[in-house]
Ligand binder design. Structure first.
Ligand code: HEC
Length: 218
């Protein structure tokens, strides 16, 4: 990965999501031997908006590198690239000029179970639905508001990688154990990938809250 990509935090956007899906840990390096490299050679994967096409060059027989390439080209991989907005603006696109890509998403999780899990694990901070309408913590966004975000499904599948959740969330087989030297100030959320998929399938059924006109920045 280039120093620019690391400075932007692209590794933190892509690698945890990839690990979540495939249980493969990739360690980014900026120089030296690597199984694969982003650059001008190899398979086209994405493009800096208004800038260079970025390719992934696989340099060894590594099956993990192949899996990463396939993931980058899959729906969830593309969503991770497109929803990367370090300063609020999208940096990379996966669409090629003049090609209209239609993306329909399917949710395979158990939405009934997801409704229950959401209330148990998320309902003490987030208003999930009418079951805890008066619950939640002040400024924490409601699930209906989050459902209204364009990239909501990516946000839900990767909520554990975004603050404030990492300090109290463990995803089985994905996140590192909590630091035993640090006291937890919040009851932990311990959850599995299947449970997150179930919550995401449940959230798909929530009616998005109208967020009104986007705030104009100038
Ligand atoms: C201890 C409180 C707490 C719990 C428990 C909690 N969240 Fe959150 N969550 C927050 C807060 C606070 C924010 C807003 C963070 C911000 O806007 O900076 C948030 C934001 C989010 C976001 C938006 C993230 C983003 O990048 O904008 C998602 C999605 C989310 N939470 C999902 C969940 C899910 C799913 C669960 C349950 C499995 C959960 N949260 C449990 C406190 C919590």
């Amino acid at each position: 990965m280039s120093e620019d990509m690391l400075a932007e935090g692209l590794d933190k956007q892509l690698l945890p999501r990839f690990k979540f899906k495939h249980r493969i840990t990739i360690t980014p390096v900026t120089e030296g031997d690597a199984d694969m490299a982003f650059g001008a050679e190899g398979n086209r994967v994405f493009q800096r908006i208004g800038g260079d096409v970025i390719r992934l060059d696989i340099r060894t027989e590594s099956a993990e590198a192949r899996t990463f390439l396939d993931w980058l080209k899959s729906g969830p991989g593309k969503a991770a690239i497109e929803s990367f907005k370090p300063d609020g603006t999208q940096v990379y696109t996966t669409e090629q000029a003049a090609v209209v890509v239609e993306r329909t998403e399917t949710f395979e999780g158990d939405k009934v179970d997801g409704a229950r899990l959401a209330l148990v694990h998320c309902g003490r901070c987030h208003v999930v639905d009418k079951r805890n309408r008066m619950g939640g913590i002040g400024s924490t966004p409601s699930f209906a508001a989050l459902r209204g975000r364009e990239n909501w499904s990516d946000l839900f599948r990767a909520f554990w990688a975004h603050n404030p959740h990492p300090s109290f969330t463990q995803v089985e087989g994905v996140t590192e154990p909590f630091d035993p030297n640090k006291a937890l100030h919040i009851a932990p959320v311990e959850i599995t990938m299947d449970e997150i998929e179930a919550i995401t399938a449940f959230v798909a059924t929530i009616k998005p809250k109208e967020l009104g006109r986007p705030v104009q920045a100038n």
